[in-house]
Design a protein around this ligand. Structure first.
Ligand SMILES: NC(=O)c1ccc[n+]([C@@H]2O[C@H](COP(=O)([O-])OP(=O)(O)OC[C@H]3O[C@@H](n4cnc5c(N)ncnc54)[C@H](O)[C@@H]3O)[C@@H](O)[C@H]2O)c1
Length: 329
């Protein structure tokens, strides 16, 4: 069994590869080529946390597995990430566990890559300005994915914790210098949001994090954070106004994402608001952006097939390159 840490994963797998892995995962998911039961979420009210068990099986890759991921929002104040995870990868030719991976980094990588895949497929090619809401544990890979998908010249970052936003911008300016973009912590959403071509929200907020009326024609919006029925990062205006709306999984988004469930309960939208799954666009079943003027919107809650496909590809590359630590029970 191969143990793979964050450093091992970074050595063998890039954001670009992760975006391609997620595209394949979404495409297989939407074509019914994977088995992905709805995840089991267990609440831990004592510590305001939740532990999620996410299984999946991908027939084409003879691969399966389960990710155990816990979301404890209070962790950030203890200097820990609020989302931590471990991935157990199973070789489905024999049923044996072949690898255990740092699921926290895997989650950050594949979640950034999901947004990167959507941005790559849906955003205007000439996008120059980005906006990122939320500068916590998921934010670095979200930013890297935006920069990988489009040649952005500047990205504005926002957080209700202004100090965190400023520190994040400074750190990313140096760590992601190779992309040549300016990363700017900003407090004036009203002034700069109308400039943004690609907007990503990755927060733990239960209230919309920006006013959808500020989104310009032709922009692409990603909602990554809200994953329970009472969480809502995207306001009702933009969810109704967007010309085309895509999700990672219709079933999961309609069961879990307050961004859609709340306006649906109010009768503002219905389930037909969703044009299709990103995997259906990738597979050529549903059209994507049709004009430079359209506002496109992508909502992801995360599906286990992303973890299995990404972990499988990382495992194969690590084996080839002799990276990681082999252990036996
Ligand atoms: N879609 C997926 O596949 C997926 C995967 C992993 C995590 N997530 C979700 O993404 C969210 C963010 O995860 P994280 O690990 O970065 O969390 P985190 O707690 O580390 O960071 C969240 C950040 O959002 C900021 N924030 C909260 N409300 C805000 C607001 N109104 N405006 C601006 N910033 C605000 C917080 O100050 C914090 O910096 C969580 O809800 C998590 O469950 C989604």
């Amino acid at each position: 069994m191969l143990l793979l840490t964050k450093e091992d994963i970074k050595k063998v797998f890039s954001m670009k590869e992760a975006i391609e892995a997620d595209k394949q995962a979404f495409s297989m998911y939407s074509q019914g080529k994977s088995t992905v039961p709805l995840r089991v979420n267990i609440n831990v009210p004592k510590y305001q946390g939740q532990t999620l068990y996410m299984p999946a099986y991908v027939d084409d890759l003879d691969s399966g597995g389960v990710k155990i991921v816990s979301v404890f929002p209070g962790n950030i104040e203890k200097g820990m990430t609020s989302v931590q995870a471990t991935m157990v990868l199973v070789n489905e030719e024999t049923g044996e566990v072949c690898s255990i991976l740092d699921g926290t980094y895997l989650t950050q990588l594949r979640t950034g890559a999901a947004q990167g895949a959507a941005t790559d497929i849906l955003a205007r090619k000439d996008s120059k300005v980005g906006a990122l809401f939320g500068t916590g544990g998921q934010a670095a890979t979200q930013l890297e994915a935006m920069l990988t998908a489009r040649n952005l010249e500047r990205v504005y970052v926002f957080d209700i914790n202004k100090k965190r936003a400023a520190e994040f911008a400074a750190k990313m300016q140096s760590e992601l210098a190779c992309y040549g973009a300016e990363i700017v912590a900003n407090e004036d959403v009203e002034e700069v949001l109308p400039l943004a071509d690609v907007i990503t929200a990755v927060t733990t907020s239960k209230r919309p994090v920006f006013d959808g009326r500020l989104v310009k024609e032709g922009a692409h919006v990603n909602g990554v954070g809200a994953y329970t029925p009472d969480m809502q990062e995207l306001d009702e205006y933009i969810v109704k106004r967007a010309d085309r709306v895509y999700v990672d999984s219709k079933e999961a988004v309609l069961a879990e994402a307050g961004d859609f469930i709340i306006p649906m309960k109010k009768g503002i939208i219905d389930r037909d608001r969703i044009n299709g799954e990103l995997g259906e666009v990738i597979a050529g079943i549903v059209p994507g952006r049709q004009s430079e003027k359209e506002i496109t919107l992508f909502k992801t809650v995360g599906i286990a097939v992303q973890d299995v496909v990404t972990a499988h590809k990382i495992y194969k590359k690590a084996l080839e390159q002799g990276v990681g630590r082999q252990i036996q029970f």
